[in-house]
Design a protein around this ligand. Structure first.
Ligand SMILES: [Zn+2]
Length: 295
């Protein structure tokens, strides 16, 4: 009897905590969007956030609850390695950014030609982006022999650097999102993108005002418990967090189904159980700047 009551208690407590996470998140989404719209300048260990400082000063004087930087000014670039990465790992982020009127661009560095299905996978990627809300003219798919879909091949850092920097400049990108050092699934191509961006950031080659965030890789246990993982993601520290509800999950699932060539049985299980279909948490990468502006 005691065990039964304990199980019921834990179940109810967990359900309430998940509801609390959704509620708190919807309250804080505005604050989070502003966070990625605001440039951060860093020197050594010190970070300066001039826009936020000025904004809070204005708030104190005028008492207006009006953000200085709006989400519509956010121009986000998602850098992925293969068609399907955008919805398999980043769907919550893309959906939230699109919903908040941000301009979202996708740079996919290969056609996913590992099984000679590159042409089909390019079409599937465009279909998936249409579902997620990324227009086709914001999608760039690189087809280069130096960047094959192959974990055994080391991608050229110089080539990735030039492609990313060109995109940041051409589209006036204010935030870049990509994998972290473990690549979420451990794929070498994912990790190569992170290594390149980290190098660009530490070398001071990222244009001023542009921020970089890397998607947290988590343990296998947390990865496949779906909605049950949400309170853990909420409690652990992260610089940026995106959580979606049921309607948005259905869109993420629809985007996944566009990748017909990849729909093996384990992909269907992934759609049902992966926490990345519901929540994304990011760590900011420190960007060194050569010309620091302090207001
Ligand atoms: Zn991938």
């Amino acid at each position: 009897m005691f065990v039964f009551v304990t199980i019921i208690f834990v179940f109810v407590a967990y359900t309430i905590s998940i509801k609390f996470v959704f509620y708190r998140y919807s309250q804080l989404w505005r604050h989070l969007r502003n966070k990625i719209s605001t440039p951060v300048y860093t020197v050594g260990n010190a970070s300066f956030c001039p826009t936020q400082e000025r904004s809070s000063a204005l708030l104190r004087n005028s008492g207006e609850d009006k953000p200085r930087v709006t989400a519509s000014e956010t121009r986000a670039l998602l850098v992925t390695a293969h068609p399907d990465d955008e919805c398999m790992f980043f769907a919550p982020t893309v959906l939230k950014l699109v919903e908040s009127q941000a301009a979202v661009y996708l740079l996919c560095l290969s056609t996913g030609n590992y099984n000679n299905q590159g042409l089909q996978r390019k079409r599937e990627l465009l279909d998936s982006c249409a579902v997620l809300g990324i227009p086709s003219d914001h999608v760039t798919i690189i087809d280069d022999k130096e960047l094959p879909d192959d974990p055994a091949v080391q991608w050229s850092t110089a080539l990735i650097s030039s492609l990313i920097l060109k995109h940041i400049r051409n589209y006036s990108i204010s935030v870049v999102l990509t994998f972290d050092g473990s690549g979420v699934s451990g794929h070498a191509n994912h990790i190569a993108i992170y290594m390149t961006l980290r190098h660009l950031a530490s070398a001071g080659r990222i244009p001023e005002g542009c921020q970089i965030f890397s998607l947290h890789s988590i343990s296998l246990l947390r990865k496949y418990v779906s909605v049950l993982e949400l309170p853990v993601s909420w409690l652990l520290p992260s610089d940026f967090c995106c959580i979606i509800g049921w309607e948005e999950y259905k869109r993420a699932k629809k985007a996944m189904l566009c990748h017909r060539s990849q729909l093996l049985w384990f992909r269907r299980l992934y759609i049902l159980f992966s926490r990345y279909m519901l929540v994304n948490t990011f760590q900011g990468i420190t960007v060194e700047t050569k010309n620091v502006k302090i207001y």
